[in-house]
Design a binder for this molecule. Structure first.
Ligand code: PAF
Length: 281
């Protein structure tokens, strides 16, 4: 496995891979890797000859009051895990190379970035689409793999890829869950013992929604009410940022659950903000 820290070197290697007619897959990450990331790497392994994993905590996607400084970092551990999961190249650029002092160019998917997470985290997706676009330019992948756990992110990136004309196939891999159902996330490590126990409320709420839909209840107001009750029964101090029902591809809000409706939610508990989602139909 090769570790590359310079943009120039990564570009040169990417050109060589393309010239050798080899197919490459990119798995963009911010490090602090868990089993969810490793599943993305294994998925990429199936799709390409060469798997490139980028590890870069992207300052442009954090708001001024967010956790950029305290975001978990574990370079040594990440390298070991990537090697074990089958990564061939790890791209770990320095922030000054990605965003030099005079940097001023951003890529933004206008409408989709302003809903759901975009309401609570203005500018977040602009930061995500900018870095992913830069990573596409530097690593020239044929395929890029993202997790369904960050569903809106995956859809926004898919749209950016189409709108910008990148010849990159976007694969969205299923969410990996802990045994009790909590979606794996680097931010789970911020949870204290009680928070970790209560964090399963997001999964319980989504499962309730799924059961209601199976029972023929499609009204999103009724489903929302039940989900709120389930969350507060499990975590009485939880604050629900949103529970939303949207079309899987367009992120348009629906009032009744129909085919391809995804329910997503964001909840703050014990000082940690968690998101999750589930396709209902
Ligand atoms: O999902 C993440 O870890 C990040 O948002 C991504 C896609 C690596 C961009 O920084």
């Amino acid at each position: 496995m090769q570790t590359i820290r310079s943009v120039k070197k990564m570009q040169a290697v990417a050109w060589k891979i393309a010239a050798g007619k080899m197919k490459s897959a990119l798995v963009p990450t911010m490090g602090a890797l868990h089993d969810g990331h490793l599943t993305l790497i294994k998925r990429a392994r199936k799709a390409a000859d060469i798997v490139i994993v980028s590890v870069f905590v992207n300052p442009a996607q954090f708001g001024p009051k967010e956790d950029f400084k305290r975001y978990p970092r574990d370079e040594k551990g990440d390298l070991k895990k990537i090697k074990k999961a089958g990564g061939n190249i790890v791209f770990m650029p320095k922030a000054v190379e990605i965003y030099p002092a005079d940097y001023e160019t951003y890529v933004s998917v206008e409408k989709m970035s302003g809903v759901l997470e975009g309401v609570v985290r203005p500018g977040h997706f602009r930061g995500v689409t900018t870095i992913v676009s830069k990573l596409f330019n530097i690593t020239r992948p044929d395929v890029a793999v993202f997790g369904m756990k960050d569903y809106q992110q995956a859809i926004v990136i898919k749209k950016m890829t189409r709108d910008m004309g990148y010849p990159v196939e976007i694969i969205i891999a299923p969410t990996v869950r802990e045994e009790d159902g909590l979606a794996m996330s680097s931010r789970n490590r911020y949870l204290d013992e009680i928070g970790r126990w209560e964090a399963v409320c997001l999964f319980y709420a989504l499962r309730t929604a799924q059961e209601m839909v199976k029972a023929g209840i499609f009204d999103t107001r009724l489903i929302t009410r039940e989900m709120q009750a389930v969350i507060l029964a499990t975590s009485p101090s939880a604050q629900i940022d949103y529970i939303a029902f949207t079309d899987k591809e367009t992120l348009t809000t629906v009032k009744k659950v129909v085919k391809n409706t995804v329910c997503s939610l964001a909840v703050r508990l014990h000082g940690v903000r968690l998101i999750d989602n589930m396709k209902l139909k």
